[in-house]
Design a protein around this ligand. Structure first.
Ligand code: NAG
Ligand code: NAG
Ligand code: NAG
Ligand code: NAG
Ligand code: NAG
Ligand code: NAG
Ligand code: NAG
Ligand code: NAG
Ligand code: NAG
Length: 673
């Protein structure tokens, strides 16, 4: 199929489809019934093809693609030099790869309200902040466009979808939210350095500025941008603007928005002078306009004082025909899988934007990939949730960094998408299940380590091995010197015969420099048994497990390999399994910056036993005074993580044992882990 552009879609309507959930091993699936819904036998199996549960736990496992023919060379050299290398990117932050959370699911992913924050979410963000110093999260998407702030909602809810009044062809219902959504975000930022992007509704030009006004008031410096218009190049197609509405009309509307903000400022808003400088546009999603069509209106010069970032959105493919019965050609994921397992995928995605990243630099602006993932309309079963997607996301992320994007946000929908970096359990199962961590989360963790926390990582696609598409590599430079090397092997060969060895040298040879290859390097692997595997991927030996298995903290012992280099020939030989990824740290400093260059580690103990334990009953006072303590002393950090106890590390084990007892007792022999 062509890599045709499509808008992202929303899946909120399908949340209700979820009646049973399941787990693991294709093609046989075990279905776990809810209490009170157990039909006679306690478990049943169905073939993957008959699976009707939520997409986020779909059991489809694809066939790994065949080995390439001809095979690439399995031994090749990588020559690096100190003191500056042409073609490296602009300096990149460790927080380059962030997340985009569909606004309508923020109350599932972030928390229920400002005093009920999801502990797994905090842990997942903490893992990245520790490595990168910060994490950037957008709350928005199609559902931001019709969103309306209200003072309160029934039953203390912070979000409510008007499901019975869908006036939007992308099936996006209007969304009501309360200011407590923003307080919840602020509370998260008070725990961890999470910085937020929000969006101003653009469904009409009766500007609703409450999200900017209250967002600035409540989030303060943690609000880093306000998206203005989500995919305006699709507005006409989706019936949100009249036929003929184009880039110049969009610019006029942006000017109207800015003048509404200026009016707010002159009417006494203490925040408008700040937030009117935080705008993010044009957010085109390869619909009917190219970015150049917007640049050529004078967009950037006209709005220069208001634009904090320029941005685009893009997905490589779409699964809309299957998800929404659009009547279009249904895409066969098996046929698409090989596309994702090549370096050319990320290169091809970025190529149409190279002119725009250069243009952004010429204007002194940063260009963001504001929303992306494996495929719009939820991604593909077996691709979006496979180890292959972790390699794809990491290569694409590094390719965007190399190409002078300044950040990229990977989208999170609800239960009914395949591509979520992380998925909370269905709401009514949150008392006994944990989170499901997807491949893109692993991409983000590795990306954070590859770039480190200093904020001046320069990335270069090394075009190694004669540019072979199955064995790409990047170098990351700081202060003009290489500090890390990223090595991919997209091939799938359990025999080990397609593992490759990269021989890395610094200086020496014909570079005109004296050799400065270190005597040893440290290596971390991103690993799985095959490109098709779902769940249980490992990064440096640690995992976030299978479906429903994670409280956000990595499990297992970290394992970092030491590779002794050949000091006679000044090369370090690093093996990369097929499939797999290796991050090579060229010095101890490069390693420690990646591991601990960010904020002091905060982890939050949780258990899956009761709602109260899922709640972040963290006493901010305790947290605030606990700086400097290590994760092992959680007792010192957390006021309480479980009802009626003072919490602490031991709580988790106790909780799990208790959970097992309950599960075995009440559900009769279900395996939960
Ligand atoms: C959970 O929600 C689904 C979908 O609304 C419903 O079918 C199911 O019965 C609920 N289960 C429990 C235990 O409430
Ligand atoms: C979160 O925010 C609310 C509203 O501002 C506040 O009352 C509450 O104490 C905060 N909770 C935590 C855990 O910080
Ligand atoms: C835009 O959204 C708001 C809030 O949902 C709604 O009140 C308004 O009618 C919408 N405008 C259009 C033109 O649909
Ligand atoms: C926040 O959500 C929790 C869990 O649903 C609830 O117990 C609590 O009352 C809510 N707080 C507010 C202020 O609504
Ligand atoms: C929409 O749903 C609300 C709440 O369930 C109900 O009060 C209202 O009558 C419904 N409106 C329509 C047009 O069905
Ligand atoms: C449904 O939405 C439309 C457009 O936003 C609005 O005009 C209408 O009043 C809404 N109807 C109900 C029943 O809420
Ligand atoms: C690059 O973008 C600029 C600004 O839109 C445009 O003027 C120029 O024609 C573009 N160049 C190419 C090769 O597309
Ligand atoms: C990225 O920007 C740098 C600095 O301007 C430039 O040298 C490099 O060629 C650019 N990379 C790409 C892929 O455009
Ligand atoms: C993941 O690991 C768990 C625990 O070792 C195991 O039970 C499960 O089968 C594994 N799942 C996959 C998909 O490998």
């Amino acid at each position: 199929m062509g890599r045709t552009p499509f808008s992202s879609c929303s899946f909120i309507l399908c949340l209700a489809c979820l009646s049973t959930t399941l787990a693991q091993n294709s093609p046989q699936v075990t279905i776990y019934y809810q209490p009170g819904h157990t039909p006679g036998a306690s478990q049943t199996t169905v073939a993957a093809a008959d699976y009707t549960g939520a997409a986020a736990y779909n059991p489809t496992v694809l066939q790994p693609p065949d080995l390439p023919n001809p095979m690439p060379s399995l031994q090749f050299g990588i020559q690096l030099v100190n003191g500056g290398t042409p073609g490296t990117s602009i300096p990149q932050p460790g927080a380059f790869m962030g997340f985009s959370i569909e606004m309508s699911v923020a109350n599932q992913v972030l928390g229920k309200n400002s005093s009920y924050i999801q502990v797994p979410f905090l842990n997942l963000m903490s893992n990245i902040v520790k490595r990168a110093g910060a994490v950037h999260v957008r709350v928005g998407g199609n559902t931001q466009e019709f969103a309306e702030m209200v003072d309160s909602l029934p039953n203390g809810r912070i979000l409510q979808k008007e499901l019975n009044n869908t006036s939007n062809p992308t099936q996006t219902p209007p969304l009501d939210y309360t200011p407590d959504l923003l307080y919840m975000m602020r509370n998260i930022s008070d725990f961890l350095n999470v910085r937020w992007y929000l969006g101003i509704p653009f469904n009409d030009t009766n500007w609703r500025l409450q999200i900017a006004e209250r967002g600035q008031e409540i989030l303060g410096e943690y609000l880093i941008g306000l998206q203005t218009g989500n995919e305006p190049d699709l507005y006409v197609r989706h019936g949100h603007r009249n036929e003929g509405w184009g880039p110049n009309d969009f610019l006029s509307e942006m000017q109207s928005l800015v003048s509404a903000m200026q009016t707010s400022a002159s009417n006494g808003s203490p925040y408008a002078s700040t937030y009117q400088k935080l705008l993010i546009g044009p957010n085109v999603n390869t619909g009917d306009w190219t970015p150049e069509m917007v640049w050529d209106t004078g967009f950037v010069d006209t709005l220069n004082d208001n634009l904090a970032f320029l941005s685009v959105e893009h997905y490589p493919a779409d699964n809309c025909a299957a998800q929404f019965n659009t009547g279009g050609q249904i895409v066969d994921p098996q046929a698409e899988f090989p596309y994702y397992l090549q370096h050319s995928a990320g290169q091809g995605l970025v190529a149409p934007y190279l002119n725009s990243t250069a243009y952004a630099q010429s204007k002194g602006k940063k260009l963001l990939m504001f929303e992306t993932n494996t495929a719009s309309c939820g991604g593909f079963a077996g691709i979006s949730d496979s180890f292959g997607a972790a390699l794809w996301g990491l290569d694409y992320g590094l390719q965007m960094a190399h190409s002078n994007f300044s950040g990229a946000l990977f989208h999170i929908g609800g239960q009914n998408v395949f591509y979520n970096p992380f998925t909370p359990p269905p709401t009514n199962q949150s008392t006994f299940r944990q989170w499901t961590i997807g491949p893109i989360y692993y991409s983000a963790i590795v990306m954070a380590e590859a770039l480190g926390a200093k904020g001046d990582a320069r990335v270069l696609d090394l075009n190694v091995n004669d540019g072979n598409t199955y064995t790409p590599a990047y170098a990351i430079y700081e202060n003009d010197n290489p500090v890390r090397v990223a090595l991919f092997n997209y091939m799938n060969d359990p025999s080990g015969a397609s593992n490759y060895i990269a021989s890395i040298a610094i200086g020496g040879g014909n570079t005109g420099q004296s050799p400065s290859t270190p005597s040893s390097v440290k290596v971390k692997y991103l690993a799985a048994g095959s490109v098709s595997q779902k769940g249980n991927f490992t990064w440096a030996g640690q995992t976030w497990g299978d479906h429903f298995a994670s409280d956000g903290r990595p499990m297992g012992e970290e394992s970092v390999q030491t590779v002794n280099c050949d000091t006679g020939n000044n090369v370090c030989q690093v093996q990369v399994p097929a499939p797999g990824f290796a991050l090579v740290f060229l010095s101890e400093d490069a390693l420690s910056e990646s591991e601990n260059g960010g904020d002091d580690v905060k982890t939050f103990a949780t258990s899956a036993v009761t709602r109260s334990i899922n709640t972040a009953t963290v006493d901010p006072q305790v947290l605030a005074t606990s700086n400097g303590h290590k994760a092992g002393e959680l007792k010192d950090r957390l006021g309480s993580t479980s009802k009626g106890s003072t919490g602490g590390v031991g709580e988790r084990k106790v909780g799990k044992a208790w959970m097992m007892a309950v599960v075995l007792g009440i559900f009769g022999g279900l395996m939960m882990v």
